[in-house]
Design a protein around this ligand. Structure first.
Ligand code: HEM
Length: 326
C-alpha cells in the first residue's frame, strides 16, 4: 500500500511539474491554432486537429505526389459532428448515468461491510492503473478542447483565453501521451490473463450484473473480473491501442514515413476511438465511485471488503477460500 502511495505521489508530482512548465510556455502562443487555418502547401504538412479547419482541404507537400482521399477529408470536414460526438460521449453519457442512478439507485452491500479485508490488487497494479488513468482523463479533456472546443468553448471566451486554453491543451495532450502509453502497455500485459471470457459471463449481461434494483435481487456469477469489467478491459485494449498507434503516427510522421492520406486516416481512427473510450470511461468511473458500494477501495488501497467480494465476485471468493487465502 505505502509503495503504491509513493509511486502515485511521484506520478502526481510529475504531472503538476510538467503542467506548470507548460503554463509558462503559453506565453509564446501560435495564433493559427484557434484561427481559421490558412491553406497553403507546407513541406511535410500533416493534418492536425488543433482548431479543426473550416475548410479541411489538405494540400499535399510537393515531396508526396498523392491526391488526398476525398472521403477521409469528408469525415474530417464534418467538424460540427465530430465536436458533438466528443461532447456527447462525455456529457451525454454522464447525464444518462445520473438519470439511471436517480431512477434505479446504487448497488448497496446486502449485508453491509464485514470489516474483513481481502487483497485484490497489488501495489504495482494500483500504481499502473493510475499511471494510465490520470493521463487518459487529461487526454480526453484536452482532446475535447482540441476537437470540439471551437464550437462549445470559444464562443463564450475572449480570444486571449481561448488561445491560451488551446495552447495548453495541445501541449498537455502531447505530453500526456507518453505516461498513458506506458500505463496502457503495462495494464494490458499485466491484466489480460484475468480477463478471458467465461460461459457464465452471458448470464451476467442478461441480468445487467445484478445492478437493477427493481424486481428480484440477482447476483450473477463472476470470477476475479465480472463480464462488464472484461468488456471494458477489451474495449480499452483494442481502442486504446488504436489511439496509441494513430497518435504516434501523427506525432512522428517522418519517423514512420506517414503519408498525408495515412495521417488523415489515423486522425479519423483517433477521433472514433476517443468517442468510444470516453463513453466507456465515464461508465467505468461512475461504476467505481458511485454505483458499487465498497468498490472504490480496490484501486486506492488494493483491498476489498469480504462482503463485497462475496456479492460481486463470488467465484473468485470461492477460489480464494479453497486455496485457504481467506
Ligand atoms: C476517476 C477515475 C477512475 C476510477 C475512480 C477508477 C477506478 C477503478 C477501480 C475501483 C477498479 C477496480 C475494479 C475492481 O477491482 O473490480 C478499476 C479497474 C480498472 N480501471 Fe479504472 N478508474 C478510473 C479511471 C480509469 C481510466 C481512465 C481507465 C483507462 C485508462 C481505467 C482503466 C481500468 C481498467 C482497464 C481496469 C481493470 C478492469 C477490471 O478488471 O476490473 N480506469 N478502476
Amino acid at each position: 500500500m505505502s509503495k503504491a502511495i509513493r509511486w502515485l505521489s511521484l506520478i502526481v508530482l510529475g504531472l503538476f511539474a510538467s503542467s506548470y512548465a507548460l503554463a509558462e510556455e503559453t506565453a509564446t502562443l501560435q495564433p493559427q491554432q484557434w484561427q481559421t487555418i490558412q491553406e497553403h502547401a507546407i513541406s511535410g504538412d500533416i493534418p492536425e486537429i488543433r482548431g479543426l479547419p473550416t475548410q479541411p482541404e489538405l494540400l499535399m507537400p510537393a515531396s508526396i505526389p498523392q491526391q488526398a482521399d476525398e472521403s477521409l477529408l469528408g469525415y474530417l470536414g464534418a467538424t460540427d459532428t465530430i465536436a458533438f460526438a466528443l461532447f456527447a460521449s462525455l456529457f451525454g453519457v454522464t447525464a444518462l448515468f445520473i438519470l439511471f442512478v436517480v431512477v434505479n439507485g446504487v448497488s448497496k452491500l446486502d449485508h453491509g461491510f464485514s470489516g474483513k479485508l481481502i487483497k485484490r490488487w497489488s501495489g504495482l497494479s494500483v500504481s499502473v492503473h493510475w499511471l494510465g488513468a490520470i493521463p487518459c482523463i487529461l487526454l480526453i479533456l484536452t482532446g475535447l478542447v482540441l476537437g470540439g472546443g471551437r464550437f462549445y468553448f470559444e464562443p463564450g471566451m475572449n480570444a486571449g483565453s481561448w488561445s491560451a486554453l488551446v495552447g495548453l491543451s495541445s501541449s498537455l495532450h502531447e505530453l500526456m501521451a507518453f505516461p498513458f502509453i506506458l500505463g496502457y502497455v503495462l495494464m494490458v500485459l499485466m491484466w489480460a490473463p484475468k480477463q478471458f471470457p467465461a460461459s457464465y459471463d452471458l448470464k451476467w449481461f442478461a441480468v445487467l450484473g445484478g445492478y437493477i434494483n427493481f424486481g428480484k435481487k440477482q447476483h450473477p456469477d463472476a470470477g476475479f473480473a465480472n463480464a462488464g469489467e472484461k468488456l471494458w478491459f477489451w474495449v480499452f485494449a483494442l481502442f486504446g491501442g488504436v489511439m496509441v498507434v494513430s497518435g504516434l503516427a501523427m506525432m512522428f510522421p517522418e519517423t514512420y514515413g506517414v503519408t498525408k492520406n495515412t495521417a488523415n486516416l489515423m486522425l479519423v481512427l483517433h477521433i472514433a476511438s476517443t468517442v468510444i473510450i470516453s463513453a466507456f470511461s465515464v461508465v467505468h468511473i461512475f461504476m467505481a465511485t458511485v454505483m458499487s458500494e465498497g468498490g472504490m477501495s480496490n484501486m486506492t488501497s488494493g483491498y476489498c471488503d469480504e462482503n463485497w467480494a462475496k456479492q460481486h465476485h463470488n467465484l473468485w471468493f470461492a477460489d480464494l477460500k479453497k486455496a485457504g487465502k481467506v
